[in-house]
Design a protein around this ligand. Structure first.
Ligand code: NAP
Length: 437
């Protein structure tokens, strides 16, 4: 039996997707049953790297998502609107959906999955997180019998590229960003990447699979990398750390191992000890570390973006749907494949950031006075923050530069100590505060 695909978008990922489906030799045999029968684009007269028969490519995407001959819609136009409308219309018309669109899923996953469950269709999105690296499917399937305790990811290639170059070349953020934009590694408007918003979309999706509940995107704490300086990277290196933008979803389970009633969900730059498995993930690569019981630690690593890598994830989702349909599974039937469908409809509450616990790094500029380290220690101690190390890194004409690393402490207590510290007469400024793994 053949399956007809309607492809929305023929850009980077759409082109890669078409290439795999149209060149199926030596790949999964089910690919031979899949045909791209319609393709939707915005501009009809653009040169394309793949050719289709006359009439297949159209700018009328609404006619594709309602086409009775199409079984699976593959949404690769990106953005929230009109992608959301096309996805919902496709579902309403009984079509299965594959998408690579983290923005639409993290914001409207609730509507999309509720509609899909009601209609008995699958919505798969492997490519939406970490591009080509299979991580959502393993969380749903091979890891599904484990209790997941924490998922930690380097899931934004642009920021990892920028931080890697800052580390290797000793240059500041603005300089690397400008160069990354010139080379096409960063968008003209880099906000979604450098402010951590893209990573927040993705960790919300990972958390919903790891902890079995929907997530409100606004609940994800989000801090980007704009404030990281070459000085911080150099000090971190001296102290045995490397700085990475981490996305973290952590659940504290009750004793009986039930799903956590509250989770921590955050994106922020982090000083990682150099021996940590994520510390060596450099450049545009992505990695996701899953801590699972009883499996232990398992890490997924590879290309988080790019035409072929992302298309690999998209087409594997199409094949999974075809395999389920070949077996007679519709999503909502008793026989529907429970390893593919979304089975939760409640929300998992996210703990306030004030309650989370971490070690901290603070770089403090002070006047060069003999009493200053003692006063800093007292300001922290008075608020219940104990210090793991205090290093006077540099003395220059503006005074002294002191770097402290705290023991693990509640975020609220640390922030109170920081306010007290900033009020000290000898403290000129606190240019950076970062969390330490
Ligand atoms: P892209 O290269 O910009 O391609 C977008 C395609 O969609 C183009 O063919 C464009 O048509 C079409 N399109 C956009 N808006 C449209 C509209 N309103 N109506 C009709 N057609 C429209 O994007 P991409 O990089 O392939 O990304 C696609 C999706 O994959 C996004 O959700 C993205 O986040 C996700 N993703 C991408 C990567 C990656 O490496 N690129 C990795 C992971 C996930 P024209 O060709 O006519 O302009």
């Amino acid at each position: 039996m053949g399956y007809n695909v309607g492809l929305l978008g023929l850009g980077t990922v759409g082109t890669g997707t078409a290439k795999i489906i149209m060149d199926s030799v030596g790949r999964h045999p089910l690919l031979e049953e899949i045909s791209i029968v319609r393709v939707g684009v915005r501009t009809l007269d653009k040169a394309r790297a793949v050719e289709f028969e006359t009439g297949v490519v159209t700018d009328d995407l609404a006619s594709i998502v309602t086409d009775p001959n199409i079984d699976i819609i593959v949404e690769l136009i990106g953005g929230v609107k009109p992608a959301l409308n096309y996805i919902l219309t496709a579902i309403e018309h009984g079509k299965h959906v594959v998408t690579a669109n983290k923005a639409v899923i993290s914001r409207h996953g609730d509507e999309i999955f509720t509609a899909a469950n009601a209609k008995g269709v699958y919505v798969l999105l492997e490519a939406a997180v970490a591009g080509g690296i299979p991580v959502l499917t393993p969380l749903k399937q091979a890891l599904g019998v484990n209790r997941i305790n924490r998922v930690t990811g380097i899931i934004n290639g642009t920021t990892n590229y920028i931080l890697t170059r800052m580390k290797n070349e000793g240059v500041d953020f603005d300089e690397v960003l400008a160069d990354a934009q010139r080379l096409g590694y960063a968008e003209a408007d880099p906000t979604a990447d450098v402010d951590g918003l893209d990573a927040a979309d993705k960790i919300a999706i990972l958390a919903s699979l790891a902890f079995g509940g929907r997530i409100k995107l606004d609940d994800v704490y989000c801090e980007g990398i704009r404030k990281i300086s070459a000085a911080d990277i150099a000090y971190a290196e001296k102290l045995g750390f490397t700085i990475k933008l981490l996305a973290i979803a952590q659940g504290h389970r009750p004793e009986n191992g039930a799903m956590p009633t509250e989770i921590e969900l955050k994106v922020h730059p982090t000083l990682l000890p150099k021996h940590h498995p994520l510390a060596t993930v450099d450049g545009v690569n992505n990695a996701v570390l899953v801590e699972a019981d009883p499996l232990g630690e398992v890490m997924f690593y590879g290309p988080g973006a790019g035409e072929g890598a992302t298309a690999s994830a998209v087409v594997s989702d199409i094949v999974s749907i075809v395999a389920a349909l070949e077996g007679g599974s519709q999503a909502s039937n008793a026989s529907g494949n429970p390893l593919l469908r979304c089975s939760h409809e409640h929300y998992t509450p996210v703990a306030p950031m004030d309650a989370s616990v971490s070690r901290f790094y603070a770089r403090i500029l002070t006047q060069d006075r003999p009493s200053v380290i003692g006063h800093i220690g007292l300001a922290f101690g008075d608020h219940g923050v104990s210090l793991e190390s205090v290093v006077q890194i540099d003395v220059h004409d503006r005074g002294a530069e002191i770097v402290v690393i705290t023991h693990k402490v509640n975020e609220g207590k640390f922030q109170a100590a920081l306010t007290a510290l900033q009020a000290l007469e000898e403290v000129v400024s606190v240019p950076s505060v970062l969390r330490v793994w």
